[in-house]
Design a protein around this ligand. Sequence first.
Ligand code: FAD
Length: 347
Amino acid sequence: MPVYHVRLAHSAIGFETREDEILLAAGLRQHLALPFGCQSGTCGSCRVRLVSGRVKYSNASGPKALSDAEIAAGYILMCQTQARSDLTLRLHQPETLEELRPRQWTAQAVAHRALSHDVIGLWVQLPPGESFRFLPGQYVDFLLNDGRRRSFSIASAETPEGILEFHLRVTPGGLFTHSIQDDGLERAPLSFEGPLGAFYLREESTRPALLMAGGTGFGPIQAMLERSFKNGQPRSFHLFWGARARRDLYLDSLVQEWTARHPNFHYTPVLSEPDADWTGERGLVHEALLRAYPTLAGYEVYMAGPPAMVHAGKQAFTAAGLDADHLHYDSFDYAFETWPALEKKPA
Ligand SMILES: Cc1cc2nc3c(=O)[nH]c(=O)nc-3n(C[C@H](O)[C@H](O)[C@H](O)COP(=O)(O)OP(=O)(O)OC[C@H]3O[C@@H](n4cnc5c(N)ncnc54)[C@H](O)[C@@H]3O)c2cc1C
């Protein structure tokens, strides 16, 4: 069985992969901090640019999560491919990756409160003296007792007094988000792994940033914006926040405050099932963004929220001229129950 070498561009790191092995599984087996999410080819979190070499998709449907523009730019999904030669890959994540290597933490839930009829704010405290380094926009996996995981984005830019904030949409029957509503949760120990993911603000970029949130996709975007406001970044930011009705814009007043305080920040809420007296934007949030910015060459786009929104945004924005390298996203897919799925994938 041939074994190939995989080199990560701009890094001294590499790993070996057998021809019958899924690339992501091979990297994780060798303890690399690679980004991934659904492991089924739909979320796109594990996308990387193939700089050199050949890969084969292990399924007939190919890279479902990637837009045509991403495929044309050379992106592949590590959770769906096997090597057919030595490879060089360029990760879509910080070059400080090694410093931000995820690990397991035990923390305590210290507070939770309803932010809306179906969104809970959760505040989690790290053990005293521990310093959790992450990039605003990244997420963690909460580890449930039975070994299952649930991904949630960090909604705070920093950890004041070791506290992390999360915005959880409570889904009926949801294992994790439902347990959080119990009053007994306060001061309960919670284990999580993090920081994870490649959704973070590229602070070196000077491009105007368009931010698109669907529902609790606002959480990681709040973290990014708080960091930029604190650092006094001069670039412009325009947030489009999509929700069903006004009550779902669960921190609308905070965002209104930002618009009053930061001249480089603009905000457009978009409702798909608007209240009768709503005079603002209506319909799908990615369509509202395109009405305001029909041509996206020269912009950078960040989007987080429901998979359908992220999928629609990828296709529409790259078709409107957005360079795939300047499109960053986290798709809030439902948890993949059969963790760790990669080990069970057929060779
Ligand atoms: C990178 C990342 C970041 C995320 N960040 C956040 C965040 O900040 N905030 C947030 O609210 N969510 C976030 N999510 C989504 C969240 O992780 C999932 O919704 C998770 O499954 C919720 O866990 P739960 O235990 O509450 O519900 P689960 O136990 O996973 O199930 C929720 C309910 O949905 C049903 N369900 C399961 N799968 C499907 C499906 N495919 N289609 C329809 N219904 C289904 C289940 O039957 C159940 O009733 C994120 C996801 C990812 C991948």
